[in-house]
Write a protein that binds this ligand. Structure first.
Ligand SMILES: Cc1cc2nc3c(=O)[nH]c(=O)nc-3n(C[C@H](O)[C@H](O)[C@H](O)COP(=O)(O)OP(=O)(O)OC[C@H]3O[C@@H](n4cnc5c(N)ncnc54)[C@H](O)[C@@H]3O)c2cc1C
Ligand code: SF4
Length: 477
């Protein structure tokens, strides 16, 4: 049994201790944490009623066999639980940490529906795979036979990596190109470390590399290497570049020093946690310490920014959102976390402009909810004469992301995109308008979730395997 006396000093986030009390030695914490996690995983797994109508499974985008790995965990058969869990999910340790489970598996748990609180499926999934890593059960890919065909994957985010993993397992020669210096995409540089520890992502990257996947990092396709060159070099190509164009505010003063973009802010913080030299962080430009911070936006990225600012030691953190709490796009669990950590939400408020050459304040316009739009969502309307100034030393714009214009950026004819600029790809296969070119993840869906990118990557890999086999048999005729 875990040391209960010491456990009470540990901060408990949801049902797991995640932070070390200041007077607790790291080693003691890790020991307690590990014991606690084991007790909790067994306890939670035993709560699964094996209901026979696994809505949790049907609401997991990967259709993970949740009831089976919960049962195996409850019986202490962790190695088998890991085998079942990893059969459908390429990165269970990551999904277990950062899936919005309240909207997916856990939100549809029968026990939750009957009002007794969900089985915490995500934390059990995380526990199973963390245990598998600790015990050396997670082995690098070792294909039974090598194949001559090669696939080029553009983008080392979860979509690209899931496809790389599946293809390599079948002996395909895989090269992943990415413009960043580390793989992982938004797992590495977008999502903050307090939600997803960076060593967890890097451990996975090491495994993939050890399994023979070649990474060409610091390679910006379209600049350092053309798309056509990649296409010419490989038998098939997967585009998994995510969405990175920031939706920008159009307001007077938006160019003021101290009005920054969410991804720049989060990337600087994540880079710092790797121990990198980050000039904009060290100069204070992208560091919230000692500042009054205003974050604009109501999605999960905004929640990551406010919670990062709190951790950096901001003197105050406010989140400005033009609708009310009930209409926020972000997860309610994240809003609750932010509120508990001291973030103040300023509902029904929109930025009208910014004061100061180096930002001093946000001119705020108050809003009310008016008539519904065609989707039924109430539209925010201005309340005339309600303007005021919210003091700020750092303003973070977190209004969402759009796809870059890939056909133009890469000079590719014939790559069809939708009217939103996402790559047009077949549902379930990722096939694009170009022969042998597939697409997966956010660049197809628009800003979405890690678990969907993994599913797309796995499906695209399957379709690429069929394409390669068909091409080989045509060539043999
Ligand atoms: C701040 C933030 C927090 C989030 N939190 C969560 C969360 O808690 N849970 C969740 O499920 N989802 C979360 N998401 C969403 C999730 O991260 C994405 O849906 C997911 O990462 C998409 O995966 P992807 O592989 O399609 O793209 P990405 O992860 O964006 O990876 C794309 C990769 O392509 C590379 N690339 C792009 N263009 C080029 C080019 N021209 N040449 C070479 N390389 C290129 C990029 O460098 C990047 O590494 C969050 C997103 C953000 C921004
Ligand atoms: S992958 Fe996500 S949705 Fe599926 S079981 Fe795991 S935490 Fe739940």
């Amino acid at each position: 049994m875990a040391n209960q006396k010491m456990l009470k000093f540990v901060n408990v986030d949801r049902d797991m201790p995640t932070k070390r009390a200041p007077d607790l030695r790291k080693q003691d914490f890790e020991e307690i944490y590990s014991e606690y996690a084991a007790v909790k995983a067994e306890e939670q797994s035993s709560r699964c009623s094996q209901c026979g109508v696994p809505y949790c499974q049907s609401h997991c985008p990967l259709h993970n066999n949740i009831p089976d790995w919960l049962r195996l965990t409850a019986e202490g058969r962790l190695r088998e639980a890991y085998d079942v869990s990893q059969a459908t999910n390429t990165f269970p340790e990551i999904c277990g940490r950062i899936c919005p489970q309240d909207r997916l598996c856990e939100g549809n748990c029968v026990i939750e529906q009957s009002g007794h609180g969900t089985v915490t499926i995500g934390s059990v999934e995380k526990y199973i795979t963390d245990t598998a890593f600790e015990n050396g059960w997670v082995k690098p890919i070792s294909p039974s036979a090598e194949r001559a065909e090669s696939v080029g994957i553009i983008g080392a985010g979860p979509g690209g990596l899931a496809a790389a993993d599946m293809l390599r397992r079948q002996g395909i020669q895989v090269t992943v190109y990415d413009r960043y210096d580390r793989g992982g995409g938004l797992l590495t540089y977008g999502i903050p470390g307090f939600k997803l520890e960076k060593d967890v992502v890097m451990k996975r990257m090491d495994q993939l590399e050890a399994g023979g996947i070649e990474f060409r990092l610091n390679c910006n396709v379209g600049e350092d290497l053309s798309f056509d060159a990649i296409r010419g070099k490989h038998d098939a190509v997967l585009i998994a570049t995510g969405v990175y164009k920031t939706r920008a505010l159009q307001a007077p003063g938006v160019g003021a020093e101290g009005v920054v973009r969410a991804l720049d802010y989060l990337t600087a913080s994540n880079r710092k946690s790797f121990g990198d030299d980050v000039e904009e962080f060290d100069s204070g430009a992208l560091n919230a310490e000692g500042k009054r911070v205003v974050v604009i936006g109501g999605g999960d990225t905004a929640m990551d920014c406010v919670r990062t600012a709190i951790r950096q030691g901001a003197t105050s953190v406010k989140c400005l959102y033009r609708r009310d709490k009930a209409n926020m796009p972000g997860s309610q669990r994240e809003v609750q976390n932010a509120e508990e950590e001291g973030v103040e939400f300023v509902w029904l408020s929109a930025p009208k402009g910014f004061t100061g050459d180096a930002v001093e304040g946000v001119m705020v316009q108050k809003m009310r909810l008016g008539a519904p739009d065609p989707t039924g969502r109430q539209m925010p309307e201005l309340i005339e004469g309600s303007d005021y100034i919210e003091d700020a030393d750092l303003v973070v714009q977190a209004l969402g992301f759009e796809p870059e214009d890939l056909p133009k950026l890469w000079g590719v004819n014939g790559l069809e995109v939708t009217r939103w600029g996402t790559v047009k790809a077949n549902y379930g296969t990722g096939e694009t308008s170009l022969d042998g070119v597939y697409a997966a993840g956010d660049i197809v869906r628009g800003a979405s979730l890690v678990v969907w990118a993994i599913r797309d990557g796995r499906e695209a890999a399957e379709a690429i395997m069929s394409y390669l086999s068909n091409t080989a048999s045509v060539a043999a005729e």
